[in-house]
Design a protein around this ligand. Sequence first.
Ligand SMILES: Cc1cc2nc3c(=O)[nH]c(=O)nc-3n(C[C@H](O)[C@H](O)[C@H](O)COP(=O)(O)OP(=O)(O)OC[C@H]3O[C@@H](n4cnc5c(N)ncnc54)[C@H](O)[C@@H]3O)c2cc1C
Length: 326
Amino acid sequence: MLDVCVIGAGWAGLTAAAQLKSAGLEVLVVEKARGPGGRCSTRRQAGFAFDHGAQYFTARSPDFKLAVESWQRLGLVAAWEPTLTVFGDRPARAGVAPNARLVAQPGMNAVLKHVGAGLDCRFSSRVEQLVRQRGGWSIQLEPSETLLHARVMLMTAPPWQAAQLLRGQSDLAERVAAVPMNPSWALMLGYDQPIDSGFDAAFDNEGPLAWLARNSSKPGRSGEAWLVHADARWSTRYLETSAEHAAGVLLSAFHKRVPAAAAQTPSLISAHRWRYALAPEPLELDYLQDAEAGLVLAGDWCAGNRIEGAWTSGRAAAMQIVQWLT
Ligand SMILES: Cc1cc2nc3c(=O)[nH]c(=O)nc-3n(C[C@H](O)[C@H](O)[C@H](O)COP(=O)(O)OP(=O)(O)OC[C@H]3O[C@@H](n4cnc5c(N)ncnc54)[C@H](O)[C@@H]3O)c2cc1C
């Protein structure tokens, strides 16, 4: 019997798991992907690397700033100061100082790799079924068909996925299912030659793109790798389209913004759909709990829809669980 089973090895899950472990609890993290990161992952393909989810983060609360400083000292985090432009009318993201955009290096998952290295994590394991039992939970994993038992469960999957697993097991399922998440199509482009774009990153307020970035302009990266995100409107409308179709449309939109790129055929072109990318209306609660069931839910969709929110949520959830179990 584990003390805590954490579902998800993103910012919320790993932050919580590290804290639970340091409180002396027996914790296992279960993650369906092959490694840590969740929506803050790095895709390596054909010699290129792309942060195809989260692009950078900011640190606002004193506690998160302290944590970030410790990662900076380890060389895991650095400031990214791109040459930035904005397409469309709205002003550039106001209030972000040029050196306040932070990235993990050499990829956005670097901090989570570091945190996860000290933890008991089971990757490539999808939680298929949860059953609430007297004194805890039984957790069915696929493809191994392993059955785990834990006194408390910390769920950090995006809300719709969490709700599917919790249906019939906790009254929180309905509430969680109602938390909206916007999708985002991402396009990854690798080039053999540098592209004279005139900028490293751009907010696009006219659509169908929302964001363009020369991924390789971030510290610790190399090559000529570009990452493009479609906006929520286009991504929602074309949620079920094929990756080939999405790649074709987004490449044309990219060429309009970066005409110099049209002179080269990308040596890598790959589209990825984030079905649950960003929470437009996070709950503004640190976490949700069902004390009777021994269940806590955490993630960016609770405490603010960004990396700092996921960290804050995971940390607060862990404190609650420590209070229950110790
Ligand atoms: C396209 C995009 C751009 C973004 N840009 C930024 C940005 O610039 N700045 C910023 O701060 N934030 C950004 N974000 C948001 C940021 O990525 C998230 O806020 C943060 O990573 C969320 O962390 P989390 O731990 O809450 O959730 P997640 O990272 O989603 O972690 C949940 C984990 O649970 C796992 N999981 C789900 N179901 C199961 C299951 N059944 N069994 C096992 N494991 C399961 C998932 O695989 C995932 O790894 C962006 C996100 C996206 C998608």
